[in-house]
Write a protein that binds this ligand. Sequence first.
Ligand SMILES: Cc1cc2nc3c(=O)[nH]c(=O)nc-3n(C[C@H](O)[C@H](O)[C@H](O)COP(=O)(O)OP(=O)(O)OC[C@H]3O[C@@H](n4cnc5c(N)ncnc54)[C@H](O)[C@@H]3O)c2cc1C
Length: 346
Amino acid sequence: MKRAKVNQNINLNDYNDIWVIGEQREGKIHPVTIELIGEAKKLAGEINKKVVVVVAGYEINEEVNKLLYYGVDKVIYLSNPLLKNFSTDGYSISISNLILERKPEIVLVGATSIGRDLGPRIAAKVGTGLVADCTMLSIDPEDKKLLQTRPAFGGNLMATIICPINRPQMATVRPGVMKKATHIDRPTGVVEVVAPAITEADIVAKVVKIMKSSKKTVDLTDAKIIVSGGRGVKGPEGFELIKALAEKLGGEVGASRACIDSGWIDSMHQIGQTGTTVRPEVYFACGISGAIQHLAGMSDSKYIVAINSDPAAPIFNVCDLGIVGDLKEVIPAMIEEIEKNKTFEI
Ligand SMILES: Cc1cc2nc3c(=O)[nH]c(=O)nc-3n(C[C@H](O)[C@H](O)[C@H](O)COP(=O)(O)OP(=O)(O)OC[C@H]3O[C@@H](n4cnc5c(N)ncnc54)[C@H](O)[C@@H]3O)c2cc1C
């Protein structure tokens, strides 16, 4: 496929619309797409722009149509058998050529494993910058540029970054950080099907086989209840208690990075700045001190319960209910109470 040329002398006024790069895996739209649509709609309202979702794939028409029910103006469906499964080359060439042709002003990408691969490659191909792992996006009220905020210096300060001279303004956002767009009954948007002219030769790295991990995966981003353990659980066996409470409540198990670094539990359970960002209905922080990097991933939880033996632990400054005590005594007492009452409503 012929690569479109990067134009260095750009006129900022030529750029319009806010694009969300939608993500699909095995034909199913990833929830981060809906979160990015929610954020794109918020930004679009401030600068009076249209929201467009771009999804690459093949034979996923039904799933693509569903995106209109989140109130977007348009879905551009890049349809080609070579785009059925994600490939860095196929996706980045198809999407960057579309960007160079249509000139969106803002492009949002999910900071998933696919998005982290795709985002920088698109940015390089179209000759712009990219701010990775943003936790907040807003519009500068004066010059209408995108303000892209993310933690910097180990989470000790928040940096707001702008892209002043190149376009589009590109950002990745981690799953679970932004609120999902609301579902609507009567969509007014349209789907445009575009067939990118990519060939086998464009895709240098070939997908030979897709193998699913045999590990049980944890769904932290969509969990309503999360019970997390920290260094206060004292070892891998301490997580048995955390798992028992999570099971009783129908929740998932989370952990602080200290436990992952000590090899007590798999990294897929890590919550925080370098782990997963969560916003459950109830978050139990058990034996977790409340370091800023941990708070970065869970402080938007609706209701936070902290169990800690140190009454001065910083977690008590952010929790809704604080229990000062030894988790080895408090958690079994909670489990006993739940078993007695057989109810736990949220
Ligand atoms: C760049 C960078 C990124 C990071 N990213 C993350 C991240 O994504 N997620 C993350 O979690 N951390 C992250 N960290 C690490 C973070 O700074 C903290 O070191 C970590 O969160 C501490 O984990 P903790 O609270 O479990 O351990 P500690 O800080 O050691 O706290 C243990 C707590 O357990 C309590 N306790 C002890 N015994 C008991 C008991 N029997 N019953 C009840 N309470 C008890 C103690 O009072 C204490 O408050 C990051 C650090 C850096 C520099």
